[in-house]
Design a protein around this ligand. Structure first.
Ligand SMILES: Nc1nc2c(c(=O)[nH]1)N[C@H]1C(S)=C(S)[C@@H](COP(=O)(O)O)O[C@H]1N2
Ligand SMILES: [Mo]
Length: 386
């Protein structure tokens, strides 16, 4: 009875609060492995993660040891490699349907009102077994709206297009014809989204200038959205009236799913935008017989109501969200104390519920989703206890 009450009280506050340390600051409950604590391997994970290549690095989720992902561990992926940008010659252009076209140096951007936000994101292709295309950082930069206000957005501007300096040859198909053209990486936002409070132009990650992998010197960050929205090496913002239909906007990042609408399956193709409610288990460790299971929650910023863990066919048990990750767009880390683990193989799975009542779906419930992007299904992992 008492524990039920406590839990309800914690949920009223939005998130479970694990404890307050000295000075009333939230205490970090997820340190690196403590002395005497050993990693218990998930048997669905390889012993070592794929070696990073120039273009792709995954986060070894077992090594998460704090709220923010260090810059040299932050995952990275992109389509056209890394463009070389001289930060002193760099100018961000703002053109199209604006009163005052802009050409802004890094210095000019740094002189504008600074904003800072903790935000995590995953690539829309992030999925089992690795889940390593995910990370969390403290981003510093300038609000997109500050730059747009300086340029003066015209009433006719509907579509805000963000181009990276990276580009490559693309075949554009039109009926029976194919045209090879050189295109810049581009993504767009609606006027409403672009002018909203959150999107920012970030020049620093965890307090240091962006690395080349992270889009140096400037990237767009749309908190709560999948990684693809966060255009790296941002060089040009163009405001227009018509829809932007570039490859990575209109074709590559699409989800095809069947939905039941008045008793009939409708096949819906939608753009990858905000993150779907998701959590996954990152590691299991033990100290003697006591296991500590660590997991990660990612979503679009909707407050979280609960996160739970289930062992084999047991009941869902509440897990605890780390207060150090308790801000709107941060990823949330959680722990679950697993006691009484018996020898043999066990299956562990987690699920997250938000305050709207949305529950992370099972893989079966996602079967009508044909394309692999936006896989937010519950992810069972296996451990072998000796
Ligand atoms: N300019 C540019 N920005 C880009 C991309 C790209 O190919 N070019 N890839 C996007 C995708 S698909 C993802 S998941 C994120 C990855 O960001 P990261 O490398 O900082 O983790 O960058 C996004 N921004
Ligand atoms: Mo991505």
């Amino acid at each position: 009875m008492k524990t039920t009450q406590t839990r309800r009280d914690m949920l009223k506050g939005g998130l479970a609060v694990a404890g307050l340390g000295v000075l009333g600051m939230p205490e970090w409950v997820l340190p690196a492995l403590a002395q005497g604590e050993v990693l218990v391997p998930f048997t669905d994970l390889p012993e070592t993660f794929p070696a990073p290549t120039v273009d792709r690095r995954q986060l070894d989720v077992r090594k998460i040891d704090g709220p923010f992902t260090p810059k040299d561990q932050f995952f990275t992926t992109q389509h056209y490699g890394h463009p070389d940008i001289d930060p002193t010659a760099f100018r961000l252009k703002v053109s199209g349907l604006v009163e005052r076209p802009q050409s802004l140096s890094l210095e000019a951007l740094r002189a504008m009102r600074r904003v800072e936000i903790a935000a995590g994101f995953e690539c829309s292709g992030n999925r089992r077994p690795l889940q390593g295309l995910s990370g969390n950082a403290r981003w510093t930069g300038v609000s997109l709206r500050t730059v747009l206000d300086q340029a003066g957005v015209k009433d006719t501007a509907r579509e805000f297009v963000f181009f990276g300096a990276d580009h490559g040859k693309e075949e554009v198909e039109f009926r029976t014809q194919k045209y090879e053209v050189d295109q810049q990486f581009g993504r767009s936002l609606s006027r409403e989204k672009a002018m909203s409070a959150e999107p920012m132009l970030a020049y620093a990650l965890n307090g240091e200038p962006l690395t080349k992998h992270q889009g140096s010197p400037l990237r767009l960050l749309v908190p709560g959205w999948y990684g693809v929205a966060n255009v790296k090496w941002l060089s040009h913002i163009h405001l227009q009236e018509d829809q932007y239909l570039g490859k990575y906007q209109a074709r590559w990042y699409r989800t095809l799913r069947g939905e039941m609408i008045v008793g009939q399956v409708r096949w819906k193709e939608s753009a990858v935008t905000h993150m779907q409610l998701k959590c996954f288990l990152a590691r299991d460790s033990k100290d003697g017989g006591r296991h500590k299971v660590l997991g990660v929650i990612l979503n679009d910023g909707t407050p979280i109501k609960s996160v739970e863990v289930k062992v084999d066919d047991g009941p869902w048990q509440p897990a605890t969200i780390d207060p150090a990750t308790n801000s709107k767009y941060s990823w949330k880390l959680f722990t679950y104390a697993w006691t009484g683990a018996t020898p043999g193989e066990h299956t562990l799975v987690s699920r997250v519920t938000d305050v709207t009542g949305a529950v992370q779906p099972t893989a079966e419930a996602l079967e009508t989703k044909k394309t692999f992007l936006e896989d937010n299904s519950q992810h069972p992992r296996k451990v072998m206890i000796s």
